[in-house]
Design a protein around this ligand. Structure first.
Ligand code: HEC
Ligand code: HEC
Length: 223
C-alpha cells in the first residue's frame, strides 16, 4: 500500500516534470526566436550606422560628409548611381582601377561596407557647379551634345544623358562633377592609367587636351 502510494507520487512527479520541461523548452524556443529577431534588427541598425561611421571617420576628409567634395580633384559622390559607386569601390579594392589613395581606402572595406557606402552617398543631394567659359554655344557644349565628327568621338550625351544624369546601372551621372576631376579621368583613360572602362578608353584616345578641357568645363556647369 505504502509502496503503491510512492509509485503514484513518483508518477505524478514524473508527469509534472515532463510538463515542466516541455514548457521550459517552449519558453526557451520563444526567447531564442525573439533574440534572433533582435539580432537581425540590431544588425540592420549597425549596418546603417557603420556606413555613416566609415564616412565620418574616413571618407569625409576628402569627399565631405555629404559627398560634395570641395577639392576639385576629389570626385563628388553625392547623387551618383549606387551601382556605379559599388563598381568603382570593388575595382579599387581588386586593383582593376588603380589609384594609390583609393585602393588603400577600399582594401579595408567588406562587400557589405561597399554596398552601404554606395547607398549612403547615392542618397545625398548633389551640389551643382558652374562652367568657367564653356556655357551655351561653346566648344564644350558641341562636344558633349554632338561629339567630334572629324575624329569619330561620339556625343557624351548619348550615354551620360542630356542633363548629365547618366543611366542607373550603366552610365554614371556626370552633370555638376568637378572639371578638374573629369579632365584628369579623361587623361587617365587616354594614357591607360585607368583601364576599368574600355568604352571610355576608346573615346579618350581620340581627344586632344583642349577638347578634354572644354568638355570637362561644360560638364561642371551641366544640369
Ligand atoms: C585622402 C583622400 C580620400 C579619401 C580619404 C577617400 N577618397 Fe575616395 N577618392 C579620392 C580621390 C583622389 C579619388 C579619385 C581617384 C582617381 O583619380 O582615380 C577618389 C575616388 C573615389 C570614388 C570614385 C568616384 C568616381 O566618380 O569614379 C569613390 C566611389 C570613392 N572615392 C569613395 C570613397 C569612399 C567610400 C571613401 C571612404 C571609405 C573614400 N573615397 C575616401 C580621395 C579620397
Ligand atoms: C558609349 C557610351 C559612352 C559615351 C558615348 C561616353 N561615355 Fe563616358 N562613360 C561611359 C561608361 C560606361 C562609364 C563608366 C566607366 C566605369 O564603369 O568605370 C563612363 C565614365 C566616364 C567618366 C568617368 C566618371 C567618373 O566619375 O569617374 C568620364 C569623365 C566620362 N565618362 C566622360 C565622358 C565624356 C566627356 C564623353 C564624351 C566625349 C563620354 N564620357 C562619352 C560611357 C560612355
Amino acid at each position: 500500500m505504502q509502496f503503491r502510494h510512492l509509485m503514484k507520487l513518483n508518477l505524478a512527479g514524473l508527469m509534472l516534470s515532463v510538463v515542466f520541461s516541455v514548457s521550459v523548452q517552449a519558453a526557451v524556443d520563444a526567447s531564442a526566436k525573439k533574440a534572433d529577431v533582435k539580432a537581425v534588427v540590431a544588425d540592420k541598425v549597425v549596418e546603417k550606422n557603420s556606413a555613416e561611421k566609415i564616412v565620418n571617420t574616413v571618407c569625409a576628409a576628402c569627399h565631405t560628409p555629404d559627398g560634395n567634395s570641395v577639392i576639385t580633384l576629389n570626385p563628388k559622390l553625392a547623387g551618383q548611381h549606387p551601382e556605379y559607386l559599388e563598381k568603382q569601390l570593388t575595382e579599387f579594392k581588386s586593383g582593376k582601377r588603380a589609384n594609390a589613395v583609393m585602393s588603400g581606402m577600399a582594401s579595408t572595406l567588406s562587400d557589405d561596407d561597399i554596398k552601404s557606402l554606395a547607398a549612403y552617398f547615392s542618397s545625398k543631394k548633389l551640389t551643382l557647379g558652374q562652367a568657367k567659359t564653356n556655357g551655351a554655344g561653346s566648344l564644350g557644349e558641341k562636344i558633349y551634345r554632338g561629339g567630334i565628327a572629324a575624329t569619330n568621338v561620339p556625343a557624351c550625351a548619348a550615354c551620360h544623358g542630356a542633363t548629365g544624369a547618366g543611366l542607373p546601372k550603366q552610365f554614371p551621372r556626370m552633370g555638376g562633377q568637378h572639371a578638374d576631376y573629369v579632365q584628369a579621368q579623361l587623361k587617365n583613360f587616354r594614357t591607360g592609367e585607368r583601364t576599368n572602362a574600355p568604352m571610355m578608353m576608346a573615346i579618350a584616345t581620340k581627344m586632344t587636351d583642349a577638347e578634354m578641357a572644354a568638355v570637362a568645363d561644360y560638364i561642371q556647369g551641366l544640369r
